[in-house]
Design a binder for this molecule. Sequence first.
Ligand code: GLP
Length: 258
Amino acid sequence: MEVVVCKSYEELSRKAALSVAEIVRVKPDAVLGMAAGSSPLGLYRELIRMHREESLDFARVTTFNLDEYVGLPPSHDQSYHYFMNESFFQHVNIPEANIHIPSGTADDYESFCRHYEELIAESGGIDVQILGIGADGHMAFNEPTSSLASRTRLKTLAKQTIEDNSRFFEKIEDVPVHAVTMGVGTILEARKLVLVADGQKKADAMAAAIEGPVTSMVTTSAIQLHANVEVYLDEAAAAKLKMRDYYDWVQANKPGVD
Ligand code: GLP
């Protein structure tokens, strides 16, 4: 795992975006795993800038989003469909047919989730999965005690997550209680994981995920089982890391960099 601690949110967003962009440049038909939430917003802004100013081309790219609230149609301004369209998709040239986001309005979630997994497999698998982290250490909507082998499915949100996300809704009762989410097992099959986190609110979760035991109590700790992970943090989110000196040492002594 490569842990990169940055001076600012802008710097971590830029570095994470460069890592994703490199994959798109090498493989123009790359499959990107997208994440909603405020953490990757800077990364998306940077990819959009590269698309506009540095001809980063998404014409052959396919995307799969991690999750969606159950009960919110794509037109709802708090749905992840709406969020992704506003903050990324409408600003780049990914063909609409190549964009996949779990449905929050399916009639039959079991068959929808199976179909979503099949689509990922048919696409050849996710080349790079972008991730944020919840304050309780969850990734996507895999709440504490989610199986580390879980697949795309319906999940009941933890009260803490509902509270955390209520800031975006008029009242807490409006926050959906259920979500469709890729499973931890689904996420671990991506060829590369790029996790971004900023702010002191994420410090405990990041320390537990990177340096704590692998446990379903902190589903993001499952990234320790993946061979190709980059984590981009700002100083505040890195504040509780015990191995901080080592991470900086590694960055200062990268093989092949004089
Ligand atoms: C939600 C999403 C997660 C995200 C988390 C943190 O629970 N399902 O994918 O990582 O929120 O969101 P934010 O980046 O806004 O702090």
